[in-house]
Design a protein around this ligand. Sequence first.
Ligand code: KG4
Ligand code: ZN
Length: 348
Amino acid sequence: MKILGIESSADETAAAVVEDGHLMLSSVVASSLDLHTVYGGIVPEIAARSHIEVITPVITQALADAACTWEDIDAIAVTNRPGLIGSLLIGVLTARTLAIIKKKPLYGINHVLAHAYANFITDAKLSGYSLSQNPPQFPALGLIVSGGHTQIMLYRSHTDYQLLGQTRDDAVGEAFDKVAKVLGLPYPGGPSIDEAARHGDSASVKLPKPRVDNPYDFSFSGLKTAVLRAAQQMAGKDFTLPSTELPALLTKTQKADLAASFQRTAIDILADAMVSAEKQYHPKSILLAGGVAANNSLRHTLSRRLRTPLLYPDIKLCTDNAAMIASAAYYWQQMADNPYELSVIPSL
Ligand code: KG4
Ligand code: ZN
């Protein structure tokens, strides 16, 4: 069964064809990231406008790369929740129109839950991907870490899953982005902090780990403020110094030390929660997913601290893509949605 996936919930416009949930025949991702860099974050209007411009060529390219015509496609899967409303609408309206014209079943997909399905893609027609050969085993624990979400999921099967905990405020990727801004490092902050941290001492700045009642919930906004305070102190100023003036006052070494200490603390917070979840739920696989799963230090720390086999997707499948949407649709085998009615749900 070949499913065409469509993804447009944030700044990536993506389409992919995946066969039987695991064989990736194509994956095309067009990002409007460059247009947002000057603003230090995604501008929803710009994202929506750029989805309109590229969605048709992206889908055409995904079909061509997979050597498929519409006859070969069995169903269409599209992210319809959660995300930026204007961005979601472009993908969903395109998918609805195609489903009606081409007479294909249509599936609305939850983007956050689908992130973990990048781990079910074990085979690719495309070169340049390094994929795990083994599919995940149930029960599986999922750590979904992106710019919008930080969740621990328990998957007992494809269709029986439970949210164990999530962030109470900022997502971990958002914390990376905000800390990078304080340090004057380029957006997106994750890769910038990751790079700067390689040259810093992660034990140089003591940062607090927040306490939350549920051991699987997170809070990252206090950590971000603690980095700001430490940076103001390093610069020899008090807390009234505007954060915009900090980058010019900090040396490269101080920035690297702050980046490394922040990254170490954020990763420890995630790893502590996963170690507790592993003890309680005895999973057979642990699935790392989402943009922050691209972080090497996170991968190493989790592999070292967890006893269960840790799976993480190829870097190109960690960030937003449509292959994970097509894969999730295959395994969930949910009831098809009405193409005249499928709506978008920006926040869950
Ligand atoms: O999954 P994703 O592409 O989009 C969302 O659904 O949010 O994740 C983007 C997030 C951004 O916050 C970015 O800073 C973060 O993933 N990210 C990283 C790394 N690469 C991307 N965070 C830490 N280390 C990285 N290497
Ligand atoms: Zn995402």
